[in-house]
Structure formats: structure tokens, C-alpha cells
Design a protein around this ligand. Structure first.
Ligand code: 1PR
Length: 591
């Protein structure tokens, strides 16, 4: 690596010099920063964003990470390491004051985060650190906590460094909450860390946001439009915070982190003033994973959920290795990668350590959101040890997942809820979304079409279908299944979708067994039915066979994302070609 100039703050007070540790509730509230003299140091930079810089251990290569243990910050760690830095975790308030550069990837809920910061005596120190203009990067909740307060389970007081209240997005104007996905930003001023991004998209996932006002205008470096014009990033001197997730924003996110870590790096582009974009439609690559008959974990793909070859051996179709394929799809431009452990319903996922390893290895090199599903439920193992679904999900999050997807167990929870009208709070869906936020919980629906002559023949929502059934039936309802399509249940996809939204799902992955692997297009009737019925994002899945199927599903339904498997595994159409087609059709995508 070549040498480059690196500017670092060196004359700051160190441990204990300018704060007192206290567990009482603390806010800073002065809205003023003192600026300190800085001196230059030489630091070896990495050559490019996509090349892993080799690690070297000196003080300048260490990033201090404020992880208060409320959730998964593995991706932030991976991105920091990918850029050639070592990580020192904050254990005590002194570690904050001793930091050369501090990253605060806030996760979880606002109140819980403030509580931990106050109890550990870190709130006051953090304010002192920021007020001294020391290098700081807050991410997501790490931005929100800088404000005066939040309405999330509140009002709850924040650190009070930036004037303003963090509030929930308004879903009454038709915008889906959480705001999940890729948006371009309106850059409002020289933000330094955003100088490379131009009109490229970054990844957001949040339900709360801070709004621009005259009082906080001097802080704002960019805004984003999602129903409202909200604050996407702030900057004052060496203090930065972003509402989006650079560690999940692919190459552009790595370049943002890199600019924070190497503030004087050579790559300089003039900041591009541009209008914020609409939320981009996402293209997701899905990897159905299971153990084959030889005991290897492989990516497979079924036709209408049948994943076995129709040969004498009848073996599980093997389309490649999960980590390799996920890495390839990331480089090809996938906006997200989903792993579905398709035999999770009968195997215990925590016994399935290869799947956890797959997540760990994948998350080291894949910097877009990762979802994992399969087997998320309460479980008692052979020795009688009970594992809650929350423990199972936590293990997935710790291993690198950003979202978990629940299939069968969500069907049972919805059935119970519809029968009793009571939210027990005990279902996997409710527990996981309470702890990790609903944006972290996807419900995967596996419905099968049941044709009807008369929509009144069933108690479930039926729709008129474009292609009549085998006996000329003009209607169908969509029957939910469990255990990988093996068992039909007495609940429709419409009823299930509405129930799981109420129970706390943040997103719906809408498969269709009839279309799976057929390459004849998505089930537009089904996707329209569900995406009109709920106000959380819907991922259309099953049946993609040509680029036109993607533009069709986005033009004719309110799907937020389209997921495909076979078309990518069989190398029929590259992900980039799908995106170019969507772009040509005037559909906003991340390029
Ligand atoms: O019930 O919580 O253990 O979760 C099991 C998960 O595994 C569910 O998400 C369920 O959809 C999935 N699953 C179970 N069995 C199968 C199977 O194929 N035998 N895969 C299966 C479902 C469906 C898709 C597929 C799309 C796109 N895979 O996600 O990737 O249909 O395919 P295409 O583009 O080739 O048409 P639980």
C-alpha cells in the first residue's frame, strides 16, 4: 500500500480529563463544539474500496467501536476490518475518551440505548467527545441519539447535541413503514465522507427519522425523501452521523466508511448536488440451502418446491456452494441476498452449524443486507434443553444476518391470533420483532393457488385470476402451507399477511408454490392482492424467467422488491441485466 496523509486529532484530553462518569440521565444540550488543533500523521491506506487492505497494528489503524450489546453490529465490524482497521471495543467510559476515532452503530430501540448509555456512564463522555470535535461516526440509531428526544416508546430524551425530535414516519400517506431499501441522497453541503457517492443509492432500514428545521440546519449534510424530507446525514467538523447503513450499502458504503477512516484520502470527487431519489425497487437473489445426501450444504432449487433431480438416483439438485454464490451475486449487483434453510422445519438450526458458518463467512465479504430463514421456532433438543425462537434468531443475527425470515411458525402464530383475537406476545414473530425491531423480521409465505368457480365458496379472500383454472374456474384463493409446502393450512395468504403485519412483521416474502421454478413470471394476482392489503414492504417471489417479469411485477403491483433464484443460478440472466432493463423502463433501481 502507498503512503497517504492522514489527519488525526492528537491533542485531546485523554481518559478522565474532562468528564465525570455518572449513571444519571445525561444530555449535552450545548449545541456547540470546540475545535482542537490537529496534526498530520502518515498512514498506509488501502488501494481501493473493493480490495481488502492488509491489517497492520499501530494506533492509527484502530477504530474504537461503541457496541452496547443490543444487537448485531457484526457487519460494521466486518466492514471496518475489510478496510484494514483493527477494532477496540468500548468497555468503559475512558475508552471513549481515549479513542482516536469512534464509530457508534446504534441498534435496537432509542429508549433502551439511552438507558444503557446512561447506566454505563457513557452518555456524558460521548457528549464530551463529540463536543471536542473528535472523529465520530454515528450510524442509524447512532445518529438519532444525538438529537434532543425521540417519540419511539416515548418521548425519551436523547443526548441533546442536535436540536430536534426524532419521530415515526407517517404511513397514512401510503408510504410503507419501515422505510427499507435503497435511496439516493440530496447532498446539502460538503460532507467529506459523502464526496464520492454522487447519485448512487445507500441502504436505509428504519421507522423513525429526524426532520430538518431552522434550528438544526447547520448540522445537515444530506437529506432523503420518503414521504417527508428527512435528515439522512449530519456533519460538523470531524463529527459525522448517517441515518443509512454504510456497512450495508455495497461499494458506495465502503467508500463512505473509508473516507471517515482516511479523511484525507486521495480519491476526491466534487460533491454532486442532486435531488433525492424515490425508493429504489430491490432485486434480491435467493439461495435455497439444504444438506444433500452426501452431507454437504448446497444451494438447491426446486420446481414447485420439489428439489430432487428426476433421475434414478433422485439426488438433491446441487447448484453450487452457498458462500461462493452469495459473494458472486453481491458483486453482480444484488441488493440483498436471502438464504432459506429449506429443511429447517425438521432440523434444528442451531444444530446446523454449517448454516451459521455460511452466514459468518458470507458477511465478511458481502456488504448488502443478508436475510436467513428456516427453522425459526422454539425447540427442545435431544438432551431436553429448550431453545426459544428468540435464541435461534439471536444466533442468526450474531452470525451476520440482518433479517430473519419466519415461515411455518408465523402461520401457527397467525392462526392462533385470528382464532383468539389476542396478541400473546409469545410467538416467535412477536418476540423477535420486539427485541430486534420489526424491520428485522420477514414473514415468508408459501401459498398454493386453489381455484374456485365462485369466490363465496370459501371464507378466505379470493380474487379473479388472469388465467382461469383447469376447469375454467375464474377465481382462486391462496392457501398457506407449512413445512416447505408439505401441509396446507386453513388460512389464506391475505388473512395471514394482515395478521402477521399486526403481530410485528416488518416485511413479507411472498412465494407462490405454483410459480416456483417455472420461469413464467410472478403471480401478479397474488402479489397485487397482498401488496394492496398491507402497509409493510412486500417482496414478490417465484416464477421469474425473463427481465420483463421484473418490470411487470413492479408496474402492476405495489411490490417493493422482486426475488429470484433459478434465473440467476442457471446463469440465464445476470442481475445487472435485470437492473438495466428496469432502469430503461423508468423504474428506479440501484445501479
Ligand atoms: O417454515 O420457517 O422453517 O421456513 C422454511 C423456509 O424455506 C420458507 O421460507 C420456505 O419458503 C422455504 N422452503 C421450504 N421448502 C422449500 C422448497 O423449495 N422445497 N423454498 C423452500 C422456498 C422459494 C423461494 C424461491 C422462489 C424463487 N423457496 O424463495 O427461491 O420461489 O424461485 P424461482 O425464481 O426459481 O422461481 P420455516
Amino acid at each position: 500500500m502507498e503512503a497517504a496523509t492522514f489527519t488525526s486529532a492528537t491533542q485531546f484530553p485523554t481518559a478522565g480529563s474532562s468528564y465525570s462518569s455518572s449513571s444519571s440521565l445525561h444530555t449535552c444540550g450545548s449545541h456547540s463544539l470546540q475545535f482542537f488543533r490537529r496534526s498530520s500523521h502518515k498512514l498506509k491506506p488501502s488501494k481501493g474500496f473493493s480490495i481488502r487492505a492488509s491489517s497492520f497494528v499501530d494506533d492509527d489503524s484502530v477504530v474504537t467501536l461503541l457496541d452496547y450489546g443490543a444487537g448485531n453490529v457484526r457487519s460494521v465490524r466486518n466492514a471496518i476490518r475489510f478496510l484494514g482497521f483493527d477494532i477496540k471495543d468500548v468497555q468503559t467510559p475512558e475508552d471513549i475518551m481515549n479513542a482516536k476515532r469512534l464509530i457508534f452503530p446504534g441498534v435496537g430501540a432509542f429508549a433502551a440505548a439511552m438507558d444503557v448509555l446512561n447506566k454505563k456512564g457513557m452518555a456524558e463522555v460521548l457528549c464530551a467527545y463529540i463536543e471536542q470535535d473528535r472523529p465520530f461516526l454515528g450510524i442509524c440509531l447512532g445518529l438519532q441519539l444525538l438529537f434532543e428526544s425521540s417519540t419511539e416508546n416515548g418521548p425519551v430524551k436523547g443526548l441533546g447535541l442536535i436540536p430536534g425530535v426524532v419521530g415515526r414516519f407517517d404511513s397514512s400517506n401510503g408510504f410503507r413503514v419501515p422505510h427499507i431499501g435503497w435511496n439516493a441522497l440530496q447532498i446539502d453541503k460538503d460532507s467529506q465522507i459523502l464526496d464520492d457517492i454522487g447519485n448512487r443509492h445507500v441502504y436505509f432500514v428504519h421507522s423513525y427519522r429526524a426532520m430538518p428545521s431552522d434550528d438544526n440546519r447547520e448540522w445537515i449534510s444530506s437529506t432523503c425523501n420518503y414521504g417527508d424530507n428527512f435528515i439522512a446525514s449530519v456533519r460538523r467538523g470531524n463529527v459525522h452521523a448517517v441515518q443509512f447503513h454504510p456497512e450495508k450499502s455495497g461499494d458506495v458504503g465502503l467508500s463512505i466508511l473509508r473516507r471517515f477512516l482516511y479523511p484525507k484520502c486521495e480519491i476526491t470527487k466534487k460533491p454532486v448536488q442532486r435531488k433525492a431519489s424515490k425508493l429504489a425497487k430491490r432485486v434480491i437473489a435467493c439461495l435455497d440451502v439444504r444438506t444433500n445426501d452426501k452431507g454437504d450444504l448446497v444451494v438447491t432449487k426446486g420446481d414447485q418446491y420439489d428439489v430432487r433431480e428426476h433421475t434414478k438416483e433422485n439426488e438433491v439438485r446441487n447448484l453450487g456452494k452457498p458462500v461462493d454464490l452469495a459473494g458472486k451475486y453481491y458483486l453482480d449487483g444484488a441488493d440483498e441476498v436471502s438464504f432459506l434453510n429449506i429443511t429447517g422445519f425438521r432440523d434444528f438450526p442451531l444444530g446446523d452449524l454449517p448454516m451459521l458458518q455460511v452466514l459468518r463467512y458470507t458477511s465478511e465479504n458481502v456488504f448488502v443486507p443478508l436475510t436467513v430463514g428456516g427453522g425459526i421456532r422454539d425447540f427442545t433438543d435431544g438432551s431436553g434443553r429448550y431453545y426459544s425462537s428468540l435464541e435461534v434468531a439471536s444466533e442468526y443475527f450474531r452470525s451476520g444476518a440482518d433479517k430473519v425470515s419466519i415461515g411455518s411458525d408465523a402461520v401457527y402464530a397467525a392462526e392462533e391470533y385470528l382464532k383468539t383475537g389476542v396478541k400473546t406476545g409469545k410467538s416467535s414473530l412477536e418476540q423477535i420483532s420486539r427485541v430486534y425491531g420489526n424491520q428485522a423480521v420477514v414473514v415468508s409465505i408459501d401459498p398454493r393457488r386453489v381455484y374456485l368457480k365462485d369466490p363465496n365458496d370459501v371464507e378466505f379472500k379470493a380474487v379473479r385470476v388472469r388465467n382461469p383454472g383447469p376447469n375454467g374456474e375464474e377465481y382462486a384463493w391462496y392457501q398457506c402451507t407449512v413445512n416447505g409446502g408439505r401441509e396446507g393450512r386453513l388460512i389464506g395468504a391475505f388473512e395471514l399477511a394482515k395478521a402477521v403485519e399486526e403481530l410485528g412483521a416488518g416485511e413479507i416474502l411472498l412465494n407462490c408454490i405454483d410459480c416456483d421454478g417455472q420461469g413464467k413470471g410472478f403471480d401478479i394476482d397474488l402479489i397485487k392482492l397482498i401488496s394492496d392489503a398491507v402497509s409493510i414492504p412486500v417482496i414478490a417471489s417465484s416464477g421469474a424467467g425473463a427481465v420483463e417479469h421484473f418490470s411487470e411485477v413492479f408496474s402492476e403491483t405495489k411490490a417493493s422488491a422482486a426475488l429470484a433464484a433459478g434465473i440467476f443460478h442457471r446463469k440465464e440472466v445476470p442481475i445487472q441485466t435485470v437492473k438495466e432493463h428496469l432502469f430503461k423502463e423508468g423504474i428506479e433501481v440501484r445501479m
